[in-house]
Design a protein around this ligand. Structure first.
Ligand SMILES: [Zn+2]
Length: 137
């Protein structure tokens, strides 16, 4: 199976590695949203977060503050966003699970994608549906 991130883990592809331990690695995003935008990922290949065990997800996210502290210290960013995309429709480009750490700068501003405005009724209905689905698992 061809996977760019697995190749980076195996050193078959170059990357700007900013963190590495036995099971995880973090690299600079080649197409950053902001200066310092980085990706934290497990070395083991999983496509989506729902393919991982709860423990593996915990292990992955436990690395995020480690990497984020380094990015903040290095860039002088005022804050950061964490993003985690699953599936093409969610803008997941590389099908190897990864967490985006996107530093934010007061002087630049924080541009998200366009927001939709939902009605309270729609939100109530959907919230109940989500709660029911979570509690039935
Ligand atoms: Zn992979």
């Amino acid at each position: 199976m061809d996977c760019l991130f697995c190749d980076i883990v195996k050193r078959k592809q170059d990357a700007h590695i900013i963190y590495e331990d036995d099971s995880h690695i973090a690299i600079m995003d080649k197409y950053p949203i902001q200066n310092g935008h980085s990706l934290v990922m497990p070395k083991l290949h999983h496509e989506k977060i729902i393919d991982m065990s709860n423990d593996e997800v915990g292990q992955l996210f436990s690395r995020v503050p480690i990497v984020a502290r380094g990015i903040l210290a290095a860039t002088g960013a005022d804050g950061f966003n964490i993003g985690q995309n699953n599936g093409k429709s969610a803008n997941q480009i590389i099908p190897h699970v990864h967490v985006h750490v996107i530093p934010r700068y007061q002087k630049v501003g924080n541009t998200w994608a366009r927001r939709m405005i939902a009605s309270n009724g729609d939100l109530d209905t959907l919230a109940k549906k989500i709660r029911d689905n979570i509690s039935s698992r």
